[in-house]
Structures are given as C-alpha cells and as structure tokens.
Ligand binder design. Structure first.
Ligand code: EPZ
Length: 453
C-alpha cells in the first residue's frame, strides 16, 4: 500500500501534539490554501461510482484525506500520484468488498465513511460502515442519511460495531426525499446514491454550500444528470453508468476564513493565496463590520485590521449564511473588539466548548446554552442553539489549554498567539484534519513557538 499523503509531511518535520507558544507577535506573510477538505474527501468517494479512473487536483495533505484514501484502497481502488503536485489518480476498476476489521482499522476518527454507503451499494450490493468519529461538537447523528438510504431501497441493519447495508440484490431506485434540515452530509449522501439509482430523485430542503455545488460539477463530469431548482430543490435523473472525472477542487474557504481571523486577532497582515471572493461574500461582510480590511486580488485575498476592532452580532447558518466553521477563530478576534459582540451558533448543539480556554486566558465571554432570541430563522430551527456574548477588549494572557476539536483548536492556537506570555497548547495534532502543513504555515507567518511534545 502507498504511504498516505499526510504521513510523508509528518515525517519531514518534528511531529508533536503539544506546542509552547509565545504570543503577542502579529502574524505577517503569505499562506496558500489548497482544495477544500469538505469537497476533496467527497469527490474521492465519488471515484467509486466511475467505470474508469478519476483525477482530483489540489488535494489537500490532511489526515481526513488520508483516511478516505486508505478506505478507498481497502476496497480495491488503486491510488497513485497524478501529473502535478497535489493531484491523485483513483482507479476503481478492481473494487471489491473489504473485511470489517480492515475497514474499522482505516476509518480513523472521520465521519466521511458514511458517504461510502451509496457508491458501495451500487458497486457491490452491500456496505459496512463502522462507528463514526469526527469532531466532538455534539451528537452529530446520521438519521437523515439512513432514512434516505432506506428510501432508495436499501436495508439498514444497525450492529454494535457499525451499520450493515444491502440492496437485497435489486438496483436502488430513485426517491422523493425531504430533509428535515439542509444537512451537508445528507445532501451528499443523496447525490452520491441517486446518480446511479433507477429513475428520478427529488431532494427537497437540500444543502447548497459551494462544496456541494462543486460535488455536483464532479458528478456531472462523470455523466450524471443533476439540476438545481429554486428553493433548495435538487433533481437527479439516475443513469446506469458513470465514468471517471478530471477535476480541480474548489479552494478551502474555511481555512481561508481562519487565517483572515488570525490576521484580525493578532493585528497582523496575511495574504491568503488561492482564496476567492464569491464563496466568502458573507464572511467578508462580517470581517469588514468587525473592523477588518481586505483586498481581493487575482491570486488571493489580503487581510488585516482597519483601525480599532468593532463588535458584531453574528448568527451561524447554512449557506448562504455565516458558516459554523467560521465562528471560532472570529471569536478570538472579537475578544479584542471594543464593545459587546454576540455569536449565535445554530448549526451544531455543542460548538461553544472552545470558549472555556479563551476565558481562562482572560476573555470576557458568557455562553448562553439555550441561545438568546427566538426570532424568525432562515431554516426551521431545532432546539440546539447556543449564544456567546463577548465583551472586549480584554488582554489575553498565556495558559495551558487543550484543543477540543478542529476549528476550536485553531482558535486556541490563535488565542495563544494573541496573548502575552507563553501558552502550552495540547492536542494540536487534530489540526492536521483540516489545516495542511499547519506548523509550517505558522512558521512562515513569524509565529514564535516550539513543538515540545
Ligand atoms: C459538514 O458536516 C462539514 N464536514 C462540517 O465541517 C461543517 O461544519 C458542516 O458540514 C456544516 O457546514 C464535512 O464536510 C466533512 P451537517 P456534516 O450534516 O455534513 C444535524 C469542519 O470543521 N444532522 O450539515 O456532518 C447535525 O447534527 C467540519 O470542517 C442530523 O440531525 O454537517 C447538525 O446539527 C466540522 N442528522 C446539522 O444537522 C443527520 O443525519 C448540520 O450537519 C445529519 C445531520
């Protein structure tokens, strides 16, 4: 088996899970973002649907990508390097069913294995998905996924070790599916299953994030017929066969927004190569209102402060709203804004845990576990809101902190870089799930830190 991409990177520099960070120094310089984690991993799963090999370009060097690559290889997909750095070729011509032990060993902490269901059902008539991991940001159920798969005609058996699915020997058929919430993963599940099901699928209340639109573009290149109708409706006409694709991934707007907030928090200046305006419109508006300055250029976006930081009121939401993945690094910057900011989290039920470490470092943040207001929402609301009220500016001081999840962990590192004195940040390894060459990028931006564990 070939070495997963991220292992080659880890071997070339000191590995370690604990950083000693000396803060108070603004971050200055350039970082480049590659393909989006949340597209690349899904486009990799889509390669299972093709009869011929696919090429994905700008694949980020992340542990989540390595997990999906291993799982594809366990199922018989041959993965080789492409004709340019960051390009991978996936040849699915010898796909076979894998043993449970192997799948379990390769699934890691990622939730993406759930998306293997549809493609494996089409290819092999069965699939086994181990217990799913992912970031610790609430229960993260998969009921929408399983309900949709049942509607396509799959039988779903829940076992203590995972979920076994089968087509019972028949081809999956198109379905009418109305998602209770525009879930990104469930929309991808439906797309990856409907494209080869018999007949038409109508998906209502679909997620329409740019990464989903890029996945639709990938599937269209493979021969799928998918139309995007008004009001979150997606129509998919199933086809019998699909071929491989050649596609360059959309850029990682979550990583781009993270570095933008890092420039804001540390009072630095960061050029994010590869960042584009269209997919970040909502973020850029909030960034500007919070006292940020940006310049959109041909090859990326330059971010810095525009004078004193200002408080903002933000509500996370499905696209085109303010993404849940954008709020954590922004909260660090808001601790330095003069006045009271409010961040409502409406997508996940437990995504404010990271604020505990910021409070320990001197931030004035009060988390309201049931939200603050009951006004109208873009989509039907579930009872899981939380709100953080951040009052600033408060100087941050160094502390010993433990990274809770991917975006929360990034915010901890940025808080440590904003703080005076030294911080010890543990659990940093989790950042390799979503930030390519993270420590190299920090070094390039002039961060003062040592890997100590
Ligand atoms: C994707 O997660 C991303 N992950 C997340 O990125 C991102 O935060 C999220 O979309 C929202 O944009 C990947 O793409 C791998 P959802 P996903 O299904 O698909 C509930 C990051 O840091 N729900 O849209 O799992 C769920 O609990 C990560 O990069 C159900 O109730 O998100 C949540 O409250 C973290 N039942 C809401 O819907 C289901 O069956 C949105 O989840 C599925 C979801």
């Amino acid at each position: 088996m070939t070495t997963p991409l991220h292992e080659t990177t880890l071997a070339s520099k000191p590995s370690g899970d604990v950083l000693a960070i000396r803060g108070g120094r603004p971050l200055h310089g350039r970082v480049d973002v590659k393909g989006a984690k949340n597209l690349a991993t899904k486009a990799m799963v889509a390669t299972l649907l093709g009869e011929t090999a696919s090429t994905l370009r700008d694949v980020p060097d992340l542990s989540d990508v390595a997990v999906v690559r291993s799982l594809l290889e366990v199922h018989g997909v041959r993965v080789t390097e492409g004709d340019e750095p960051g390009a991978l070729i996936f040849d699915p011509s010898e796909v076979e069913s894998a043993h449970f032990e192997e799948i379990d060993a390769h699934a890691g902490a990622s939730r993406i294995p759930i998306l293997f269901c549809g493609p494996l059902l089409h290819r092999l008539g069965q699939a086994f998905i181990p217990d799913l991991g992912g970031c610790r940001i609430g229960d993260r159920p998969i009921d929408f996924h399983l309900d949709a798969l049942r509607k396509f005609g799959a039988t779903v058996e829940k076992l203590p070790s995972g979920i076994r699915l089968s087509t019972g020997g028949s081809r999956l058929h198109g379905a009418n599916i109305h998602l209770p919430y525009p879930s990104v993963g469930a929309t991808e599940q439906v797309l990856l299953t409907a494209v080869r099901a018999e007949g038409t699928t109508e998906l209502r209340n679909a997620a329409i994030e740019p990464e989903i639109m890029d996945l639709i573009a990938v599937l269209q290149k493979m021969g799928a017929i998918i139309s995007y109708e008004p009001n979150r409706v997606i129509l998919i006409e199933g086809v019998e066969k699909l071929r491989g694709y050649d596609h360059r991934s959309i850029f990682d707007r979550n990583e781009a927004a993270s570095w933008a907030s890092a420039a804001l928090a540390t009072d630095g200046e960061i050029f994010v190569g590869g960042a584009k305006q269209q997919e970040m419109l909502t973020f850029l508006n909030v960034f500007r209102k919070a006292g940020g300055w940006f310049d959109v250029r041909e090859d990326g976006i330059l971010f810095r402060r525009d004078g004193e930081l200002k408080p903002v009121i933000v509500e996370t939401d499905v696209h085109p709203g303010f993404m849940t993945d954008w709020q954590q690094p922004l909260v660090v910057a808001l601790t330095q804004a003069r006045g009271r900011s409010v961040v409502h989290e409406t997508v996940y039920e437990n995504r404010m845990g990271f604020t505990g470490a910021l409070i320990k470092m001197g931030a004035d943040i009060v988390v309201h576990p049931h939200g603050l207001q009951d006004g109208p929402r873009r989509v039907a609301r579930r009872d899981l809101e939380q709100a953080a009220v951040i009052t600033g500016p408060t100087p941050l001081h160094g502390a010993d902190i433990v990274v809770p999840d991917l975006r929360g962990g990034y915010s901890h590192v940025i808080a440590a870089l904003t703080a005076t004195g030294e911080s010890r940040v543990s659990g940093v390894d989790i950042l390799s799930r979503g930030y390519e060459k993270f420590l190299d990028k920090l070094t390039a931006l002039g961060a003062d830190f040592d890997v100590i564990g």
